[in-house]
Design a protein around this ligand. Structure first.
Ligand SMILES: Nc1ncnc2c1ncn2[C@@H]1O[C@H](COP(=O)(O)OP(=O)(O)O)[C@@H](O)[C@H]1O
Ligand SMILES: [Mg+2]
Length: 375
């Protein structure tokens, strides 16, 4: 079986996608650590990491830029980082404000936009959806040329595909389309913003009457001035996602629904001319029994492990359950491999016991993902 190291040869940007809860954030961190162990200077942009993972990566401090992870944390867990591992957690609101500041022609425009109440309400809502701030940050980091490899975790959205619509959504925002649809009360506008009607009501409550009108007209006038710069940026972001050095890795669990979504994701990537570097099936149940018939197990356990018949039956039942899950997983993985096609490398990562949130857990995951020793 090939490992992630081979999938990511020649890769400058790795985007880790997949449906919610499949292990994207943990996998992103483990991939970044593994590539840093192989001598690269790597930055991983995580999104909403679990608290323990954040702590393991030293992400508890504030800031919206990568900071270097202490190599000792990983050395203590048995992984020597010959390169450098940098990590950050995305702050969507700040990323968005930074983008506005960057696109503003002068300090006055910048201040007026950032202080505009319509902007503040909308940017909270849009940044809150995280999809495009993630790619905007990725682009910003890629521009610096500081890293050999950037690994981007993607937002915990229910739908893995939301992420691909992000640049369009941002364009809509800048063109005022989202707001116009929203004010007309259209469901599409609400979906675009990823929030419910509370947003409109909140906006109208806080910014009322003539103030609303003047803030609205200000908002359109000021943002209108940024539109050209913004379109250019959106194009650059899309170009980065399509660049030869950019690969998507798709994470899925061996269950039916995430697999269906993975297939759909592959089609969308293909239609968008983006490169799927491989799929990772995470949390696969290992088959401890192999070809052994579960029915033979109680006798075997009694004879070889000296268990009492009652205990042997109970232990055998646990093995049999695992065996059934492992067979289900194997069938699902085989179906996935067939549907993805032979050109898409597929890796399997077992369901690990215990915590995978700390450095030791990441190192165990790293070993599974890379398949070969780190150094
Ligand atoms: N191979 C694995 N074995 C066991 N637990 C795992 C594995 N991969 C991920 N997890 C756990 O699954 C949960 C979800 O992982 P996470 O990376 O947060 O998913 P996502 O970012 O896709 O929502 C976390 O508690 C994580 O520790
Ligand atoms: Mg996550």
């Amino acid at each position: 079986m090939r490992g992630v190291g081979e999938l990511l040869a020649q890769t400058r940007v790795c985007v880790v996608g997949g449906s919610g809860g499949v292990g994207k954030t943990t996998t992103s961190a483990a991939i970044a650590a593994g590539m840093a162990a192989r001598g690269l200077k790597v930055a991983v942009v995580t999104i909403d990491p679990a608290q323990r993972l954040a702590t393991a990566l030293g992400l508890d401090e504030l800031g919206n830029d990568p900071h270097r992870v202490e190599a000792e944390r990983f050395a203590a867990a048995g992984l020597e980082l010959r390169g450098e591992l940098w990590a950050m957690t995305l702050d969507p609101k700040r990323t968005f404000d930074e983008l506005i500041a960057h696109l503003s022609p002068d300090a006055e425009t910048r201040e007026r936009i950032l202080a505009n109440r319509v902007y503040r309400e909308l940017s909270d809502a849009i940044a809150g959806s995280q999809e495009f701030t993630a790619v905007a940050k990725l682009h910003e980091l890629a521009q610096t040329g500081d890293w050999d490899l950037l690994v981007l975790d993607t937002p915990p959205s229910r739908n893995a595909l939301d992420f691909l619509d992000a640049p369009d959504r941002l364009t809509a925002f800048f063109e005022g389309r989202a707001l116009q649809t929203l004010l007309r009360g259209g469901g599409a506008g609400l979906r675009l913003l990823g929030r419910g009607t509370g947003l409109v009501l909140g906006l109208l409550r806080r910014v009322t009457g003539t103030e609303l009108l003047s803030d609205l007209s200000d908002f359109f006038r000021l943002l209108g001035g940024l539109l050209g710069g913004f379109r250019e940026r959106a194009e650059q972001v899309e170009a980065l996602l399509r660049a030869p050095g950019t690969r998507f890795l798709l994470v899925t669990s061996p269950e039916r629904e995430p697999i269906e979504e993975a297939i759909f994701f592959q089609r969308r990537l293909r239609a968008a001319r983006m490169t799927l570097g491989g799929a990772i099936v995470n949390r696969v149940h290992a088959d401890e029994l192999g070809d052994e018939d579960p029915a033979d197990l109680p006798a075997l356990l009694a004879a070889e492990a000296g268990l009492s018949p009652a205990l042997a039956h109970r232990v055998a039942a646990v093995f049999a359950d695992e065996h059934a899950l492992a067979r289900r997983d194997a069938a699902n993985v085989a179906a996935l491999a067939q549907r993805l096609g032979a050109s898409v490398p597929l890796l399997q990562v077992p369901l690990l016991d215990g915590d995978v949130h700390d450095a030791a857990g990441l190192v165990r995951l790293e070993a599974e993902l890379f398949g070969d020793p780190g150094a």
